[in-house]
Ligand binder design. Structure first.
Ligand SMILES: Nc1nc2cc3nc(NCCc4ccc(CCO)cc4)[nH]c3cc2c(=O)[nH]1
Length: 375
């Protein structure tokens, strides 16, 4: 049977582990490396689908944990699935809920069966197993689904992480068996193992043996340093098959995206651009710009003079600052749009650099202008 998700490796960059590719989904084919906007509750905050298309978004995320709790997967299923529900006809990816339980829910207890916890909305006692998570993702209808995993704290003990990796592999197997729509929904395995090379190898070996159509690198962007993240990526991505997409979960900032691509990552997601936009912080080629600062009150330049997005072509720092200060929601729509465009466009520039085999020069120039000092 035709797999729901296919990856085509187009070109490897000559001097790094970076790849130019494309991911084929039932809702379109998208170039990689790519940044995926996060729409946790079936909406990328303040963005209409038309905005997301205009900025070049291909695949957007939603969360199983949130949508299971509210409005419930049965309502989304009755609507015809997430694409119909939110009027989005390109790609959708759902995270499986494990991470969200650990980062949101109170009082939880993890066992071989799954995770018992209390809803962050109303304190209701709930239980999420690999089978339940996969069935919710089947009902939501995303093109790409995540396996149900445990994301252990990065600095947990070796013994804890080893046991967690082994359970996550057993959960991945149970998820594959429970998966009801493999022809239309691609299920990714999630590699864990914290900062331990041998546990990452064990996790990768287990999951690659189950032949998933794509692999996520989990357990990162959980408070470890960028140096630690890059060290883990250095030895983890080569453990994964070249002909399958690699998705680094929860990342991130411009420098982390570029350094992830250099280490062979194809897909990224993060709430960062929309999260910081809501308090008036924007990403520009010259670094971060906190547009609500008083110094921009009569600054009639665009957020980023080098940006060609809808916001930078039509609005000024002074106007956006005014809207944010006046608590006009149009203000955070403009900062959110620009920040998402900034990261999506950054990936397009990275694709060009891979094409031209000058990604390291691009990195150097971008870091210099953005103001990243080498850590
Ligand atoms: N299933 C699964 N999902 C994950 C989601 C993740 N998301 C992250 N990091 C996001 C961290 C993050 C959270 C908020 C902000 C905004 C401002 O601070 C930025 C980054 N790491 C992650 C790891 C996993 C994982 O192993 N398994």
């Amino acid at each position: 049977m035709e797999p729901a998700i296919k990856y085509r490796l187009i070109k490897k960059e000559k001097h790094t582990g970076a790849r130019l590719g494309e991911i084929v989904t039932p809702h379109g084919t998208f170039k990689t490396p790519m940044f995926m906007p996060v729409g946790t509750q079936a909406s990328v905050k303040t963005m209409a689908p038309e905005d997301l298309k205009e900025m070049g978004a291909g695949i957007i995320l939603s969360n199983t944990y949130h949508l299971w709790l509210r409005p419930g997967e049965d309502i989304v299923e009755k609507a015809g699935g997430l694409h119909k529900f939110m009027n989005w006809d390109r790609g959708v990816l759902t995270d499986s809920g494990g991470f969200q339980v650990f980062s949101l829910a109170k009082l939880r207890d993890i066992s071989e069966e799954g995770v018992a916890f209390k809803s962050h909305l109303n304190g209701e006692k709930l239980f999420l197993s690999p089978e339940k998570a996969i069935h919710v993702e089947n009902a939501l209808g995303a093109d790409i689904m995540m396996s149900f995993d445990e994301c252990p704290p990065f600095f947990e003990s070796y013994d804890y992480v080893k046991k967690s990796v082994e359970r996550t592999s057993r959960w991945a197997e149970r998820g594959l068996i429970a998966h009801q729509n493999p022809a239309t929904q691609g299920l990714f395995g999630i590699v864990q193992g914290a900062g331990f090379e041998d546990l990452r190898r064990q996790s990768a070996r287990d999951l690659v043996g189950m032949d998933f159509p794509g692999y996520s690198i989990g357990g990162l962007s959980v408070g470890e340093s960028k140096g630690e993240m890059n060290r883990v990526l250095d030895f983890t991505t080569p453990m994964l098959p070249e002909d399958k997409p690699r998705y680094l979960m929860g990342v991130g900032s411009p420098d982390a995206l570029i350094d992830g691509v250099i280490r062979g990552v194809d897909m990224f997601d993060c709430v960062l651009p929309t999260r910081i936009a809501r308090n008036g912080t924007t990403m520009t080629s010259q670094g971060r710009l906190v547009v609500k600062n008083a110094k921009y009150s009569e600054d009639f330049r665009p957020l980023d003079p080098k940006c060609d997005c809808y916001v930078c072509k039509n609005y000024t720092r002074a106007y956006i600052r005014h809207l944010i200060k006046a608590d006009e929601t149009f203000g955070i729509h403009l900062t959110s749009y620009h920040n998402l465009y900034f990261l999506i466009n950054l990936m397009h520039q990275v694709q060009d650099a891979i094409e031209q085999d000058n990604l390291l020069e691009f990195r150097e120039a971008f870091f210099e202008e953005y103001g990243y000092n080498e850590n």
